[in-house]
Design a protein around this ligand. Structure first.
Ligand SMILES: [Zn+2]
Length: 497
């Protein structure tokens, strides 16, 4: 699907009508050689038929050609990694490096697997439409990295920031120096200093070679006598071998988690030292962790009232559609998947305490420059919606656009929602619905879970009515302010039937 698939019909406005009448008059007068009234009238009628059929012919043609562009500045900025040869080479080099390390450690199955998963992930990045190389966020993030590197010239390493279109509020660094910042975390940042603190922390991971250390640690752990002894014991047992193996893996995960925490603390400390040498506010390192601690909540934290949202015009939303399979109303919950993802950056409170200790008590806390970057947050929100649509995550796009709409009154959001509803209708009609949306689960945050329940409950004919009513509302909203949609009167979604 294109970004915006609205097709508009043209209607003849006043000035066009006047123009056609004038052309006809001139035409009739020129050919009215005898000056007789009957002849004049006949020419006038013939020319009317000619010009109006010409105009309506154009209209039919235009109807299939005109594509809605509400605001061209708010378009998706996706560009392929291949269009950025430097980054592409950087990622390829890292693949070679990881592959070399992998071959060196092939003797140990677990280490081999660890390298292979990193290798697969990075290969996936090259092939997937994952990175955003826009003209604003991407160069901005790299300019911050350059500032940090310029102030800390003793570490002169290859580094590059790429922006991932992922919604998960996270950032990470690969062994090759490619720092990945997800739109999901950019969307939360308030000022440039916080972004600098984030990049400083990831750069510190690279300087201290944490990816390699993590895998070496894994290797050492598996080669440890105690671990080997445990494994041999499990292999010898005949009863409940699987359960014992699961317990063994669980214990390993705890060991890695403890090691991860140690690495995070190290990156926090060095990241703070790096930031200290720059003009950025050191306080931002604390603000950033507080932010990470809170971003398991939605950025736009509202409870969506779907009954009200989907009751439009004549159509009234049936509130029974809100109930789950047991006929119960849903509870409000946070998103488990986001909470799980944040566990890779665990114990924010403990880390805040650590950084607090790094502040010299005699040292005056600098006043933060705090260059506001909330516009970058908003652009991130738009980009994530475009990415949702491109990846056919229509329900997620509807939920997020509805929330975004609470603070950003922009008609393009209504258009996106209408289009996603139409896509869900077509998906259901073609029995493909569950290819595009997950089944409802209370692991999801309330707003998303509730929308999935509605889609699961709703019949095709009902979904059609709901979608058409919503489109009708969008049409009239846009119609009220023609400035917003390029002066076109009647918007029409591609036919829903
Ligand atoms: Zn980290």
């Amino acid at each position: 699907m294109n970004k915006l698939k609205f097709i508009f019909t043209l209607s003849i406005d006043q000035s066009t009508k006047i123009m056609i009448v004038l052309i006809q008059l001139v035409y009739s007068l020129v050919y009215n050689s005898t000056g007789k009234l009957i002849r004049f009238c006949r020419n006038y009628i013939l020319s009317s038929i000619f010009f109006f059929s010409l105009f309506f012919g154009f209209q039919l043609f235009a109807k299939s050609k005109i594509v809605f562009q509400a605001d061209t500045s708010k378009k998706c900025h996706y560009q392929s990694l291949l269009s950025k040869p430097n980054v592409f080479t950087g990622v390829l080099d890292s693949l070679k490096k990881i592959d070399k390390l992998n071959r060196k450690n092939r003797s140990l199955k677990e280490v081999k697997l660890a390298y292979e998963s990193i290798l697969e992930q990075q290969k996936g990045f090259i092939n997937s439409r994952m990175f955003l190389f826009d003209t604003l966020i991407y160069p901005f993030a790299n300019s911050i990295l350059e500032n940090i590197k310029a102030a800390n010239s003793k570490y002169d390493l290859f580094n590059h920031v790429v922006i991932s279109r992922s919604r998960i509020p996270n950032a990470y660094c690969y062994g090759n120096g490619v720092i990945v910042i997800n739109l999901g975390i950019l969307s939360f940042l308030k000022n440039e200093d916080q972004l600098a603190a984030l990049i400083g922390h990831e750069y510190a991971h690279h300087v201290m070679q944490h990816m390699e250390k993590g895998i070496e640690y894994k290797k050492a752990h598996y080669q440890d006598k105690e671990t080997k002894k445990k494994l041999r014991k499990i292999n010898r047992t005949e009863i409940a071998q699987n359960a014992n193996y699961e317990q063994f893996e669980l214990e390993n995960a705890m060991v890695y988690r403890a090691q991860n925490r140690a690495l995070e603390r190290q990156a926090d400390s060095l990241g703070f030292e790096l930031l200290k040498k720059t003009d950025y506010s050191k306080k931002a390192a604390l603000d950033l962790l507080r932010l990470l601690d809170s971003c398991d909540l939605e950025k736009y934290n509202y409870k969506l009232d779907y009954s009200q949202i989907f009751s439009n015009g004549e159509y009234e939303f049936n509130s029974k559609l809100l109930l789950d399979k047991a006929g119960m109303e849903l509870e409000e919950k946070q998103d488990q998947s986001i909470i799980d993802a944040l566990k890779t950056h665990p114990d924010c409170k403990e880390r805040i305490e650590n950084i607090n200790n790094l502040f010299n008590s005699n040292e005056e806390k600098p006043s933060p420059s705090e260059r506001d970057i909330s516009s970058i947050g908003k652009i991130s929100d738009y980009e994530m919606l475009f990415s949702d649509i491109e990846n056919k995550r229509f329900a997620l796009c509807i939920k997020n656009a509805l929330l975004f709409q609470k603070e950003e009154k922009d008609k393009i959001l209504e258009v996106l929602i209408a289009n996603c509803l139409a896509e869900l209708y077509f998906a259901q009609k073609n029995h493909l619905l569950w290819n595009y949306i997950p089944h409802p689960s209370d692991d999801y945050i309330y707003n998303y879970h509730q929308l999935l329940v509605i889609i699961e409950n709703i019949r095709l004919s009902e979904l059609k009515k709901l979608t058409l009513a919503y489109i009708e509302k969008v049409n009239s909203d846009i119609g009220q302010n023609t400035m917003d949609c390029g002066g076109v009167d009647t918007p029409e979604i591609r036919t829903v039937n």
